[in-house]
Design a protein around this ligand. Structure first.
Ligand code: SF4
Length: 370
């Protein structure tokens, strides 16, 4: 607890706010690409406190939110098939597909079980040999290694009744898609600390130089976020397009090599449709040919998702920083956490849920979340 308290120290937070004000000669626009950071910024009132010197845009940092509705519909379709058990993490259950969520489908008889790890799904496949157990795998490079381990273990066990419906995505290509958009207003990025713990950050140098945007690897606590913003503004004011690691207690330049190795064994990089961004070149991970037998899309003859269809939810505009959640006409009226129209309102990492939950907090509130 001592460690956490140090990163929520109100006096240090105030000093950092003053340093940020001292370094900024104009108002800059920075995008964080991590839903945990978005919630941290809103929960602690950092966005409001710094509003006059920095505009904080919230990027596609919520993997649940960028999953196309067609993939959720595939998951529902599988869960309704006789002899199939669909397993997934709890935060996917309330995310709306085109017509309903997994939880609503469950009430109609769909066979769905929440798991805490992909390995729980492998265990279920061992225990239920006459049931096809499908793990619905969503997430960035942080969760993909666990999926890779599960697939690798299912192969070692020669399990014929285990498969994965994958929607794993890669963060760096999405940052590039945002940076190269004609209407991009981003001056610098706060890179996601947890993703960089796996991937490292050496690959960001090319991106920073090509688009002339500094990138600061940043954590989630209030002091982490303020240091990340401060370092990013420092670089912007110096005219430097460098990459800086402000989350050194977790991130190494080359990342977690063991996690990268299992990812490379099980997955290959592929173009991937992202909700809100369209098809992102090299933006996803699909199973390598050796493991294709575990791909639920092939096993159950589903149509592979190639486009992310937009609907009345304006998550695309929110996640690319074109509008704030509160500018969506449905925010707080037709769309609430109790009755969400889109994933950003229901996911624990979604920007809309952060605005709904924290918009009444006072600026620079460093007390723990309720
Ligand atoms: S407020 Fe609701 S409908 Fe609007 S973008 Fe957010 S999740 Fe989608």
């Amino acid at each position: 607890m001592k460690l956490i308290d140090e990163f929520r120290d109100p006096a240090l937070a105030q000093q950092l706010v003053e340093s940020i004000r001292g370094v900024a000669t104009r108002r800059w626009t920075i995008m964080e690409v991590c839903g945990g950071q978005t919630h941290g910024l809103l929960r602690h009132g950092i966005d409001e406190e710094l509003r006059d010197v920095v505009e904080l845009l919230h990027g596609p940092g919520c993997p649940v939110c960028v999953t196309p509705t067609t993939v959720i519909d595939h998951a529902i379709e599988l869960a309704l098939r006789p002899g199939v058990l669909l397993t997934t993490f709890g935060d996917m259950l309330r995310v709306p597909g085109k017509h309903r969520s997994l939880m609503q489908a469950q009430a109609e008889g769909a066979n769905i079980q929440m798991v805490y790890s992909p390995l729980d799904a492998v265990k279920l496949a061992q225990e239920l040999p006459s049931t096809q157990v499908v793990f619905f795998a969503v997430g960035f490079e942080t969760t993909a290694p666990a999926t890779a381990i599960a697939v690798s273990q299912a192969e070692a066990l020669d399990l014929p009744n285990f498969s994965v419906l994958t929607a794993h995505v890669r963060v760096e290509p999405a940052m590039e898609a945002i940076a190269q958009a004609e209407d991009c207003r981003v001056n610098g990025f706060l890179a996601a600390g947890h993703v960089c713990t796996i991937t490292g950050y050496e690959q960001y140098h090319k991106l920073a130089q090509r688009y002339r945007m500094p990138i600061v690897v940043t954590g989630f606590e209030p002091i982490d976020l303020l240091v990340g913003i401060y370092r990013c503004l420092q670089l912007l004011e110096q005219g430097s397009f460098d990459v800086v690691n402000a989350y050194t207690r977790s991130v190494r330049p080359a990342g977690n090599l063991a996690a990268q190795e299992i990812l490379q064994q099980v997955f290959v990089v592929a173009d991937q449709p992202w909700r809100g961004l369209g098809e992102v070149p090299l933006g996803g991970l699909i199973l390598a040919s050796k493991f294709r037998g575990f791909d639920a899309v092939d096993r159950f003859a589903l149509e592979r998702t190639t486009v992310a269809v937009e609907d009345e939810c304006q998550s695309g505009a929110v996640m690319s920083g074109r509008i704030r959640p509160t500018q969506c006409p449905h925010f707080g009226s037709r769309c609430t956490p109790q009755s969400p129209l889109g994933a950003p309102m229901v996911s624990t990492e979604g920007a809309c849920s952060a605005y709904y939950r924290y918009s009444n907090l006072v600026p620079l509130n460093t007390s723990p979340a309720s």
